[in-house]
Design a protein around this ligand. Structure first.
Ligand code: HEC
Length: 278
């Protein structure tokens, strides 16, 4: 309880979103957002933000680098490749659904589908591919889908995130995601931005808070806490629960818009997933 109270006091003296006014353009917001982190952590090279908390916490970085030498997700990438290449019952494969056969394309997701008027994430596209080929959809938080994703993301390593906002509807989706990011929720009454923007680099209980910049570059992630691979939306749900808010469903419109906003704000960083975290 003591720790919780200390945390709340810390947040109360830091009014939220003052530097991020309501009606700015995504282009301007992106510059502000990235500059904010560059100024807050002037010693960190821009691409290093892709490494989350390990960019800002030298103490845990060494341990993490040792883990990355024999990464626990390696076997998931292999399994993901096997699943990706196994033909559906109709003889087609995932490669038939994606540009460039699905190889090296993760940096283009999520994208705004102008025909359907919605944000399409890579996990959603994987399941739509299955359904178009008469296969049942996979669960969104872990398991087979996370493994297929691990493989597809792995083939995209080093590619630069380049999320676009092509029209007014897309802008609306981005704004909804942004709104989500800055809205207080749960019994603790905290927004994503409280922890990962204003207090990035600070300690909260046993953790150091990672900067929001770079959050989407390395998912899916193998977490030792989970003992397995999990997707970005699984993590969103975990962070919603942390503030005792009811999480949304993985791949709900809310989380897809949130991912759209967050990934756009990381434009210019390189894909480095899958990753490993505590
Ligand atoms: C009470 C503080 C708090 C709030 C509010 C919070 N988080 Fe987190 N979040 C954490 C902690 C602690 C971790 C684990 C350490 C780290 O990487 O920051 C974490 C981790 C994450 C990660 C994984 C980072 C990585 O490098 O793998 C993502 C993504 C994330 N949070 C997104 C969000 C989003 C989106 C929201 C709003 C829905 C949110 N968080 C709200 C505390 C918070």
């Amino acid at each position: 309880m003591k720790a919780k109270n200390a945390l709340l006091i810390l947040f109360l003296v830091l009014p939220l979103g003052t530097a991020f006014a309501a009606d700015v353009s995504p282009e301007e917001e992106l510059v502000k957002f990235q500059s904010y982190f560059k100024e807050k952590f002037p010693e960190i090279p821009f691409q290093d933000f892709a490494n989350g908390v390990y960019a800002v916490d030298p103490a845990s970085r060494e341990q993490w680098e040792a883990l990355e030498e024999f990464p626990p997700y390696e076997i998931d990438i292999e399994e993901g490749k096997r699943l990706f290449e196994t033909p559906f019952k109709n003889g087609k494969t995932y490669a038939d659904c994606f540009e460039n056969g699905g190889i090296g394309i993760a940096q283009n997701y999520p994208y705004f589908d102008a025909k359907r008027n919605e944000v399409v994430t890579l996990p959603l596209a994987i399941n739509r591919c299955r359904e178009e080929n008469g296969e049942p959809p996979l669960k969104y938080k872990k398991g087979k889908l996370a493994k297929i994703l691990a493989y597809m993301v792995y083939t995209s390593r080093g590619n630069t995130i380049d999320v676009k906002i092509p029209n007014e509807k897309a802008l609306e989706a981005w704004k909804k995601g942004r709104q989500f990011y800055f809205s207080r929720r749960g019994q603790l009454n905290l927004a994503c931005a409280h922890c990962h923007l204003e207090n990035a680099g600070r300690r909260i209980r046993a953790d150091i808070l990672s900067p929001a910049l770079g959050h989407p570059t390395h998912f899916p992630v193998y977490r030792s806490k989970w003992g397995e691979l999990g997707t970005l939306h699984r993590r969103f749900a975990g962070c919603n629960k942390q503030v005792r808010a009811k999480p949304f469903k993985a791949q709900s419109e809310e989380y897809r818009n949130l991912e759209y906003f967050l990934t756009y704000m990381s434009n210019g960083l390189q894909i480095n997933g899958p990753g490993v975290r505590k």
